[in-house]
Design a binder for this molecule. Structure first.
Ligand code: URA
Length: 268
């Protein structure tokens, strides 16, 4: 059998890209297979038996230290709480170092649209196109979102758009619950500062996170919720994420019903 020629670097990169690997996480490659080949360390001899010593409570329980995510969540809460304006919030988030996603993303994706809008849309997290442009919903699902809001006479000058997570997760993976909890105080403050009349949560993750529900989008979509900012109750409506509608166009009919319900509230 004639051996196949080794792939060129260009072919290899094209293969990676197609498989969803579109960013480097470290300067040097890590050979995970070599790690598997390394024999496990030999079992250590049991330590000599000593007289029992009093066992100290772990530092976390003694309250001396907190695990890093707890510290990050607490400092995000504190930072977000003190932001008096959207611009101040954006600057705070630019300098916030508590979320690891910031270090793999190209840039912060803060928001797009009109901060005075009566309606705010919130998605899950930026994807590749958003990470490149620094604006939410500019890729394929963003184009569909533009059509959806256009269908009720709105556009990016009359709506405000943001995400629960403002940094792109590498390879578009699902954000971890910890990452979501760290970013949550920022989007909560952003909603409070925009103070829209209607909040639209796009898809399951944004709906469950912001509206504190465990129900799935099939049950929550089209149902009005109360979103409490602390000072005001905002009417919130979950609907399908445009990326989901691209995959399952038959649900566009239900999304259209949701959009009409939104238009009715805005007109009322
Ligand atoms: N999906 C999202 O949830 N947000 C974006 O900004 C883009 C795609």
């Amino acid at each position: 059998m004639i051996p196949e020629p080794a792939p060129t670097v260009r072919e290899l990169l094209a293969f990676y890209l197609e498989a969803g690997v579109d960013c480097a996480l470290a300067e040097e490659p890590t050979d995970r297979l070599a790690e598997l080949d390394t024999p496990p360390p030999a079992p250590r001899a049991p330590p000599p038996v000593e007289a029992p010593r009093p066992v100290a409570a772990p530092a976390v329980i003694r309250g001396e230290t907190a695990p890093a995510p707890d510290i990050a969540i607490a400092s995000a809460r504190e930072a977000a709480r003190t932001a008096p304006t959207l611009e101040a919030l954006r600057e705070l988030m630019q300098s916030f170092d508590g979320c690891a996603l910031k270090h793999t993303a190209t840039r912060l994706v803060f928001a797009d649209g009109n901060p005075q809008a009566r309606i705010m849309f919130v998605g899950e997290a930026p994807g590749r196109d958003e990470d490149i442009e620094g604006l939410p919903f500019v890729g394929r699902s963003g184009k569909l979102l533009d059509l959806m809001i256009g269908a009720i006479g709105l556009n990016r000058t009359t709506v405000y758009i943001a995400n629960v997570i403002p940094w792109r997760p590498p390879g578009n993976r699902t954000p971890t619950p910890q990452e979501t909890q760290i970013c949550l105080p920022f989007i909560q403050r952003q909603i409070e500062l925009v103070n829209p009349d209607v909040l639209v949560t796009l898809g399951n993750p944004a709906t469950q996170t912001l509206l504190s529900t465990r129900e799935g989008i099939m049950r929550t979509r089209g149902r009005w919720f109360d979103y409490e900012t602390g000072g005001r109750t905002i009417r919130a409506l979950p609907t399908f994420h445009p990326a989901y509608l691209l995959r399952s166009p038959s649900y566009k009919r239900l999304a259209w019903q949701d959009l009409r319900a939104i238009a009715k509230i805005l007109a009322g």
